[in-house]
Ligand binder design. Structure first.
Ligand SMILES: *Cc1c(COP(=O)(O)O)cnc(C)c1O
Length: 474
């Protein structure tokens, strides 16, 4: 066997590679996509790949010579370049059937909402000034008015996301003091957001009450001391405790807190807004708590995600009693967590649509509401068009969509999917190829087949989905 260090001498340097005329078009593309460093990184990554292959004895002298021929180098470099050009945040097609898919950006906003967001992004806007008096005001005055109109709460503010809202609640009402939380509600919400850790960072001492499956109001009552600042209830939005269970109701919590002169809060995360357009899917979403019910319980603050609950841009919304909301607003942390102009106008525009009785036009709600019978012909049409492509076969199957990745656990919405196979590609390879298409397509892999759920396709997505299949099968 040949000595790898002598073989390695055949590798070009970065500068030699950059000077090769055959590779110039690729390096020109790399320059356009990320500047001189990106061009250099591309060359270095290519050489590193070859070096590793030699060290791991995957390339001997002859194989390396073949790999260094201009055409072979061109192909390897182009594959690396395509990864670079296709990296980053971009539009994709969600054929997973998971409506509020966190990995895919949760809620696509209504086109009219998107239009207002784009307009404000590229222009000046009336953000923190009263246009009639020309005096400074609060950027979320209008949002507060819309939220109180919609929910009946006394006051409302919004921050960057619901995690920030929870952080703000703990810091404001239990910073340097104690917060009582049920052992059954010490949840992790994904992406390393764990209630006990958030509390520690907010400087709030956690006092656990009750047990994992049963917590009564008497448990809270016994644990209250003069150090207690907050009674916190957290909706277990991504799991359920079933069987022999009991939890204190928000009413009980609110009444106890009031009698002891402390604050009560309820983090809903998701939940359900029970305006007319949502009523039909209440049964679908099972026992998701209703926003109105949470508020009417009398707790001082209710928090939820703008994207999960409203189908709006990412935001954390805090509604409740005037005094409590005002305390949250006065916290300097609020200034650090507040919304930017683009999100703010997106929230305003979404709330205006809901208040105008057009809530069922919101993409997320339309998706959740679409009956399986309406999806079947869409799945059928999709399957027929895919089956007409070389190497592909497709059939229609009954299946289930999911409201969220991590919300409404155990809730499944009946749907129909196009169930697809490619004669040469495994399901994993096909799904990777679809994700690699010009407009990436995300699907579900099950039983070594690729499933495409039309429920989560937006208008126009079918064409990009088909285009991805054409790319794959070419
Ligand atoms: C999802 C969720 C959060 C976090 O919301 P983000 O908007 O993702 O930050 C907080 N609490 C509960 C109960 C949730 O379900």
């Amino acid at each position: 066997m040949s000595d790898s260090s002598s073989i390695l001498r055949a590798l070009p340097s970065v500068d030699e590679l950059l000077r090769q005329p055959e590779l110039a078009p690729l390096f020109q593309r790399a320059l356009q996509c990320g500047g001189a460093r990106a061009r250099k990184e591309l060359a270095a990554r290519h050489i590193d790949g070859l070096r590793r292959a030699v060290r791991e004895q995957k390339l001997d002298r002859a194989a390396l010579e073949r790999a260094l021929e201009p055409q072979a180098q061109y192909r390897t470099l182009e594959a690396l370049l395509l990864r670079e050009e296709g990296a980053g945040l971009r539009r994709c097609v969600n054929a997973t059937g998971v409506v509020l898919n966190t990995g895919l950006g949760r809620a696509p906003v209504h086109p009219e909402v998107a239009e207002r967001m784009a307009e404000v992004a590229r222009s000046y806007c009336v953000l923190e000034v009263d246009r009639w008096t020309n005096e400074r005001n609060q950027r979320d005055d209008r949002l507060g008015a819309l939220l109180t109109r919609l929910t009946g709460a006394e006051a409302a503010i919004a921050v960057n996301n619901c995690a920030a809202a929870v952080m703000l609640i703990f810091q404001t009402f239990a910073g340097g003091r104690e917060a009582l939380v049920s052992r059954g509600e010490l949840v992790e919400i994904g992406g390393s957001f764990r209630v006990p850790d958030v509390m520690a960072r907010a400087g709030a001492r956690l006092v656990e009450v009750g047990t994992t499956n049963r917590t009564r109001i008497a448990d809270y009552e016994r644990a209250i001391t003069e150090r207690t600042g907050l009674l916190m209830k957290v909706h277990t939005s991504n799991y359920r405790v079933i069987g022999f269970t009991e939890e204190a109701t928000p009413q009980e919590l609110a009444a106890l807190a009031r009698s002891k002169g402390v604050i009560s809060a309820f983090d809903l995360g998701s939940g359900l807004l029970e305006d007319d357009s949502m009523r039909p899917i209440a049964p679908v979403l099972g026992d998701e708590p209703l926003l109105g019910t949470a508020l009417e319980s009398g707790v001082d603050v209710v928090s939820f995600s703008g994207d999960k609950l409203l189908g709006a841009p990412q935001a954390g919304i805090l509604i409740g009693r005037r005094a409590a909301i005002s305390a949250l607003r006065k916290n300097p942390l609020y200034r650090a967590l507040r919304l930017d102009k683009v999100t703010l106008v997106g929230l305003e525009a979404t709330l205006e649509l809901i208040l105008a009785g057009r809530g069922d036009e919101l993409p997320v709600r339309r998706m959740l509401l679409e009956p399986a019978q309406a999806i079947q012909p869409r799945a059928q049409a999709l399957a027929e068009r895919i089956a007409a492509l070389p190497g592909c076969s497709a059939r229609v199957l009954e299946d289930h969509s999911q409201p969220g990745s991590g919300s409404a656990p155990g809730t499944w919405i009946p749907t129909f999917v196009a169930d697809v196979r490619h004669e040469r590609l495994s399901a994993q390879a096909l799904s990777l190829a679809l994700r690699s298409a010009r407009v990436p397509v995300f699907s579900r892999v099950q039983d070594d087949r690729v499933r495409l759920d039309p429920r989560t396709l937006l208008p126009g997505d079918e064409e990009d989905l088909l285009a991805a299949f054409v790319e794959v099968t070419r």
